[in-house]
Design a protein around this ligand. Structure first.
Ligand code: PFF
Length: 449
C-alpha cells in the first residue's frame, strides 16, 4: 500500500505518545466528576477492576492488531480479515472519534478560557458562589465557548499535520513528564488543606449502597474513555510501533500511568470539594468550580492556577491529536487523500459538530433528545455505548476470528512469555467479552444482578 509509513522512533516515544492519548481530560475532568456523580469509592473500585480485567488486556490487543497490520483501524481489520464485515468496527471507531473530538474540544475550549482567566488573576477574591457564577456566565455564552473550541481544534490539527514522529512523538515526549510533576505539586497542596480527610474518604472508601446498574456501566465507559480504547486509537498508534517493542510491558505501563494520573487528579480535587462545601455530584463543571477555590486561597495561588490550566490544555491536546489521528489515518490511507487535506477537512468537520457541544450549556441547553443535550448525548453514546461495544467486538475478533498462533506471535514475537500469554488469551477470549456483555445487558435491564 502506501510508501514508507511514518512511525515512532524510540521506546520512550511510544509510551509517551500512547500515555499522551490515554491521559487527558478523561483523567482530570471526567474521572472526578463521574466518580462524584456515582457516589465515590465504590465507583473507584469497580473502575479499577475494569482497568485491570478489561483495560490492560484490551490495550495490548489493540496495539498488537495495529502493529501486525501496520495500517489504520479500518485497514487493520481489512488486512487481517479480508472480505468480511469486520472493517466496520474501524468505521465505528472513526465515527466515535468524530463524536468524542467534538465535545472534547468544547471542554478543552473551557480550559483555554480558564487559562486566560488564570493569567488575568480573575479567580482572586472570589468566593465559591462567585466562582460558580463565573463558570455559569462563561459556558452559557454563545461566542467564546465556540471560539475557544475552534482554536483548540486548530491547534490539534496543526500538530497532526506535522505527522507522527515530528509532530505527535516530539510534543508528547516533553509534555507528559511535565504534567506528572505539576499534578504532584497540586496534590501536596490539596492534601494539606483543612478537612482534606473527608475528600480522601469519599474517593477511597467504598459505599456499595450507592451502586446502581448504571454506575457499573459508567465505570466501564470511563475505563474505556480514559484508556482510549474500543475505537481504534490504540490500533492506529500500535501501527506506528516497531516490531521489536515488547507490547505487554508497553500496554501495562501506559494503563498504569493513566490510572495513576486519574487517582492523582482525584486526590487534588476531592479534598478541595469538601473543604469548600461544593457538591461532589456537580457534574462537568466540578473541576472548574473546585480548583480555583484552592488556588486563590493559597500562597502562590496565581502560579498554581496558571500551571494547572496549562497542564489541562496540554493533557487535552495530546489526547485530541490521537482522536484526530484515527480519522486522518483512515482518510489518508483508505481514501488516498493527502495527509494535510485529510487533517484540515476532518478538523473542520469536527468543528461543525463541536458547535453543538459548545452551545449545549447556552443557547442549545433546552434542545434535548432522550432528555440529554447534544453534549451529553455525544458523550453518553460514544463513551458508554460505542467504546464498550467496539471493545467487545475487538475481543471477539482477537479471541475467535484470528488464529491463536497469529495473536501469540503478534503480542510478543518469538520470545513471548508463555504463561502471561495464556492468562492474557483466557481473559480476551472469555472473561473480557463476557464481562462487557453482562454490563450491557444489566444496564439495558435485560438482566439483573
Ligand atoms: N483518553 C482520553 C482522555 O482520557 O482524556 C480521551 C480519549 C482519547 C478517548 C482518545 C478516546 C480516544 F480514542
Amino acid at each position: 500500500m502506501q510508501g514508507k509509513r511514518d512511525s515512532f522512533t524510540s521506546r520512550f516515544g511510544v509510551i509517551a505518545a500512547a500515555a499522551g492519548s490515554a491521559i487527558g481530560l478523561g483523567n482530570i475532568w471526567r474521572f472526578p466528576y463521574v466518580l462524584g456523580e456515582n457516589g465515590g469509592g465504590a465507583f473507584f473500585l469497580i473502575y479499577l477492576f475494569f482497568i485491570v480485567l478489561i483495560g490492560i488486556p484490551l490495550m495490548l490487543t489493540e496495539m498488537t492488531l495495529g502493529r501486525s497490520a501496520q495500517r489504520n483501524a479500518f485497514g487493520t481489520f481489512k488486512f487481517l480479515a479480508p472480505k468480511t464485515g469486520w472493517p466496520l468496527v474501524g468505521i465505528m471507531g472513526v465515527a466515535a472519534a468524530f463524536m468524542i473530538l467534538s465535545f472534547y474540544s468544547a471542554v478543552a475550549g473551557w480550559t483555554l478560557e480558564y487559562t486566560l482567566q488564570a493569567v488575568r488573576n480573575n479567580f482572586a477574591g472570589k468566593n465559591p458562589v462567585e466562582l460558580n457564577t463565573m463558570y455559569g456566565d462563561f459556558v452559557s455564552g454563545s461566542f467564546w465557548p465556540v471560539v475557544w473550541m475552534l482554536i483548540f481544534l486548530f491547534l490539534t490539527s496543526a500538530i497532526v499535520v506535522a505527522g507522527v514522529s515530528k509532530g505527535i512523538e516530539k510534543y508528547t515526549k516533553i509534555l507528559m513528564p511535565v504534567l506528572l510533576v505539576i499534578i504532584i505539586i497540586l496534590d501536596i497542596r490539596a492534601i494539606t488543606l483543612p478537612g482534606a480527610g473527608e475528600g480522601l474518604e469519599f474517593l477511597f472508601k467504598p459505599d456499595f449502597s450507592k451502586l446502581t446498574g448504571n454506575t457499573v456501566l459508567e465505570a466501564l465507559g470511563q475505563a474505556f474513555f480514559s484508556l482510549s480504547l474500543g475505537m481504534g486509537t490504540i490500533i492506529t498508534y500500535g501501527s506506528y510501533i516497531n516490531r521489536k517493542e515488547r507490547l505487554m510491558s508497553t500496554a501495562a505501563s501506559v494503563s498504569l500511568a493513566d490510572t495513576l494520573i486519574a487517582v492523582l487528579a482525584g486526590v487534588a480535587i476531592f479534598p478541595a470539594v469538601f473543604a469548600f462545601n461544593i457538591e461532589p455530584d456537580a457534574g462537568p463543571k466540578l473541576v472548574f468550580i473546585t480548583l480555583p477555590n484552592i488556588f486563590q486561597q493559597m500562597p502562590g495561588g496565581y502560579f498554581f492556577a496558571l500551571i494547572f490550566f496549562v497542564l489541562l490544555v496540554i493533557a487535552a491536546l495530546t489526547s485530541s491529536i490521537s482522536l484526530l489521528e484515527v480519522i486522518v489515518a483512515y482518510f489518508s490511507e483508505e481514501l488516498k487523500i493527502s495527509r494535510k487535506k485529510a487533517t484540515w477537512l476532518s478538523g473542520i468537520a469536527a468543528g461543525i459538530l463541536g458547535v453543538l457541544s459548545a452551545l449545549s450549556y447556552g443557547p442549545l441547553k433546552d434542545v434535548t433528545l432522550f432528555g440529554k443535550t447534544a453534549f451529553e448525548l455525544l458523550d453518553y453514546v460514544s463513551s458508554n455505548i460505542l467504546l464498550p461495544f467496539g471493545g467487545l467486538l475487538i475481543t471477539i475478533f482477537a479471541g475467535y476470528i484470528l488464529k491463536k498462533a497469529v495473536m501469540k506471535k503478534g503480542v510478543e514475537g518469538e520470545s513471548g512469555h508463555e504463561k502471561l500469554f495464556k492468562v492474557y488469551y483466557f481473559i480476551i477470549k472469555f472473561l473480557a467479552p463476557v464481562a462487557i456483555a453482562f454490563v450491557f445487558l444489566n444496564s439495558l435491564g435485560i438482566l439483573k444482578f
